[in-house]
Design a protein around this ligand. Structure first.
Ligand SMILES: [Zn+2]
Length: 282
């Protein structure tokens, strides 16, 4: 599995199951990683020795204590507080796209294959969040909702948060219809930002070609390219997280399809990767 070049804020880490990505700043506050094609992470019940058990071992929790949300492309928050019963009720697959947690025995994760995984940690309280932001979640402001949830539940101040945006489809490859921009516009809150998030021409070059078909080729309206990395970083900054504490891995799942799962490339058969995080406070 080729190791994709990463910005200086990130590093590759070798686990027994294979390579994963870690954000150096975030690692100082909370154990976390973004996985790659390995290990295989099924969506069904846990089975002994499966990928979930291997990741759990590395995170220092039991596999039953990994909160795996039933993701619905929204902004619903699932809270796992430190006094929660064990294993937490939410580990059974609560519906939501944002998990916030300060339980020392629990890790929270989001499953992705092109969608944006965002991990957050509060330097003060140690509270953490995992966020699943596809285009719908991004249009609905999932990153901002997560910042607010950390404040509400753990008293986290945005200025004390660290954020890492993991591997996901980049502005090079994320071709969308004009209906997607219309959905952002319908939300009515991103007015000044949409020209930076959507462009007619990709801002960077796709390494393996843009997946999918161009709607313009069959007489449709010209496609747009959506930059969910910038959109989510902008939303975090807008919610008060200092720019210097927001780190974007800039690893495109479609350009680096040998390393990452990509729904756009692999279709329905695509596997899933996770961004997983756990508080370091006891
Ligand atoms: Zn790409």
């Amino acid at each position: 599995m080729p190791e994709v070049p990463l910005p200086g804020a990130f590093e590759w880490v070798r686990y027994p199951w294979g390579p994963a990505i870690r954000c150096r700043d975030l690692a100082a506050v909370a154990g976390h990683c973004f996985t790659t094609r390995a290990p295989a992470l099924g969506t069904g019940p846990l089975t002994p020795g499966d990928g979930w058990h291997r990741v759990a071992l590395a995170m220092g929790v039991s596999a039953q204590s990994i909160v795996r949300l039933r993701q619905v492309h929204g902004t619903r928050v699932v809270l796992v507080g430190r006094h929660e019963t064990f294993p937490p009720e939410a580990s059974e697959g609560s519906a939501g796209d944002i998990a916030v947690c300060d339980h020392p025995g629990v890790a929270v994760c989001v499953k992705v294959a092109d969608c944006v995984p965002i991990l957050l940690a509060d330097r003060q309280s140690g509270g953490v969040a995992a966020v699943h932001a596809g285009w719908r979640g991004t249009a609905a402001g999932a990153a901002r909702v997560a910042v607010e949830a950390l404040g509400e539940h753990f008293g986290a101040k945005p200025g004390q948060l660290l954020a890492a945006i993991g591997p996901s489809i980049g502005p090079c490859c994320y071709r969308v219809g004009q209906d997607v921009r219309a959905a952002f516009e319908a939300g009515g809150r991103w007015d000044g930002s949409l020209d930076a998030w959507f462009s007619r021409v990709p801002s960077i070059k796709a390494l393996c070609g843009v997946p999918g078909t161009d709607p313009a080729a069959s007489g449709g309206k010209p496609a747009l390219f959506l930059d969910t990395w910038t959109a989510n970083a902008d939303q975090l900054r807008g919610a008060g997280v200092p720019a210097s504490q927001i780190h974007v891995s800039r690893a495109c799942t479609s350009c680096h399809r040998d390393t990452f799962h990509s729904y756009r490339v692999d279709g329905e058969q695509a596997g899933r990767m996770i961004g997983i995080i756990k508080t370091s406070r006891r």
